[in-house]
Design a protein around this ligand. Structure first.
Ligand SMILES: [Cu+2]
Length: 149
């Protein structure tokens, strides 16, 4: 093998390494989109929140909790079984790469209990902290508003 061939081979392998590198950096890319919380009537003991959790990265991530100073929050899913609606608590929810989880009425939703009504009024914003296994903690400001039918 002569020297110039060896140099070409080294350059070629360097180019291949550069192209392979991005795929080695597999990571989730979480976006929290259009989140809002339903204004609860004064006597209500719970309310719901909706929005979209997007994962635009090339690795899955798992939602392991949601925290707020305004309420205790759980991820729920409403399911209809024999004509009865019931809610199932999903403590760990995996969002696959390049996919999204839509939270909407009669499906997945944030369930808010132990409401601090001094922070949950029309036009207010509350801070929600989403905790992900790989992406860590993501804080967002979420508006409180009346549900529109
Ligand atoms: Cu619920």
């Amino acid at each position: 093998m002569n020297k110039s061939w060896l140099i070409k081979l080294l350059i070629l392998s360097a180019l291949v390494a550069v192209q392979v590198l991005p795929t080695l950096k597999a990571q989730p890319e979480i976006k929290l989109d259009k989140f809002w919380v339903v204004l609860a009537p004064a006597v209500a003991r719970s309310t719901a929140g909706y929005g979209v959790i997007k994962n635009e990265g090339n690795q899955e991530d798992t939602l392991i909790g949601i925290q707020s100073n305004s309420a205790t929050i759980m991820l729920h899913k409403t399911e209809i079984k024999s004509g009865m609606a019931r809610m199932i608590h999903s403590p760990h929810m995996t969002i696959k790469s390049h996919s999204e989880l839509v939270l909407e009425p009669m499906s997945f939703h944030l369930m808010l209990t132990d409401l601090d009504m001094t922070t949950l009024f029309e036009g207010a914003e509350i801070i929600l902290q989403f905790k992900f296994e790989k992406s860590g903690d993501i804080d967002i400001a979420v508006p409180v508003r009346e549900i529109l039918y």
